[in-house]
Write a protein that binds this ligand. Sequence first.
Ligand code: TLP
Length: 342
Amino acid sequence: MAIDVRSDTVTKPTPEMRQVMFEAPVGDDVYGEDPTINHLEEFTAALLGKEAGLFVPSGTMANQVAILAHTERGDEVFIHRDSHAYYYEGGAAAMWSGVTWNLLDGDEGTPSGDGLQKAIRPANIHHPRPRLLSLENTHNRAGGAAIDLRRMMSSIDVARKHDLLAHLDGARLFNASVALNVAAADLAAPFDSVSVCLSKGLGAPVGSVLVGSQAFIDRGRMFRKWLGGGMRQAGILAAAGHYALTHHVERLAHDHARALRLVEQLRAMGYHIFVPEVPTNMVMVDLPVAADVAIEALKQHNVLVGAMGPKRLRLVTHLDVDDNGIDETIAAFGRLYETFYA
Ligand code: TLP
C-alpha cells in the first residue's frame, strides 16, 4: 500500500470506531430526533465552551453556514487571503451569502490588528457594512501553523471595537490546542462561532461541528437545511465523530512528532523546508522543480504527496501513517534528491 500523506483527510475509520458506528442509536435528525447527533452537538459545544452545536457534513459547509448565519447580503467579511474559506471554497460565500470579501495580509495567515484597522472604512453609503472577521487555526496554507491567542487577539480586539463578529475556521483546532498546550475552549473563547472538523487528523470518515450561541445555531440549522445538509439517520457518522473527539485528540502529538522528524531528516538531506513558528502535522517542501513533476516521481516510489504551490509540496501526517511510513517517505525523498536538484 502507498504511504498517503496528501492530507489528514484520507484516514480510514479504525475497527473500534466502526464498532461504535455500528452500535449507534439513530433517528431522523431533521426532526431533531437523532440521539447520537444531539449528543455530539452538545458534547462539542461544551468542549469548546459554547452554548450549542450543529453537525454538518463538511468543513466547507460549516464555514458557509457560519457566514450565512452571521451576515446579510452585501456585508463585508474580513479574511486573510490565504484562508480556506476564501482560497479553497470555490467562491461559495459569494454564491450563498452574497458577501463582499475584504482580503487581508499578515504573517502565518493571520491578519494584524493594524492591518484590520486600515481595512475597515467608516460608515458611508458607498461602503459595504463591515460585519465579520474570519480567522483560521491551525492555518493550512501557512504550513499548519498553530496560532496562539496573543496573535489572534491583535485583530479580534480591533474587530470588537468596530462591532464586527468573529468566526474561527478551526478545522484543525485540536492540532493547535495540542501543539500550543492550550485548551481548545480557550482558543475558541474570543470567537462568536467556531467550526471544527472530525474528518481530518481526528480520523472520523465524515463531519464537522459548528458551535456558537443558541440563537446563532438555530439560524444556522435553517441554512444547513437550505444547503441540503439535513442528513436524517446520520448518527452513525456522529458516533464516529464523538469517538474521534474522545480517543484521537491526545494522539495528535504523535503526528506532530512525526512531522518534525520529516522536517529534520529532509533538511539533513538538503531539502528546503518551510516551518511555521509553532508547527503541527504539516511539512512544506520547496523544490527547484514543478510540484506536479515531484508528485509523479514520489508516486513511483510509493509515496503520495500534495501540492501547496507551483513548486511547494505539502506532506501531512495522520492516524494512518506510522513510523515505518515516515521512514519510507524519507527514503523516497532520499532516492529522488539528485533528480530534483540536478
Ligand atoms: N482542507 C483540505 C483541502 O480542501 C485543502 C486539506 O486537504 O487540507 N478549513 C480548513 C482549514 C481546511 O483545511 C479544510 C479542508 C476545510 C476547511 C474544508 O473541509 P472539508 O474538506 O471537510 O470541506
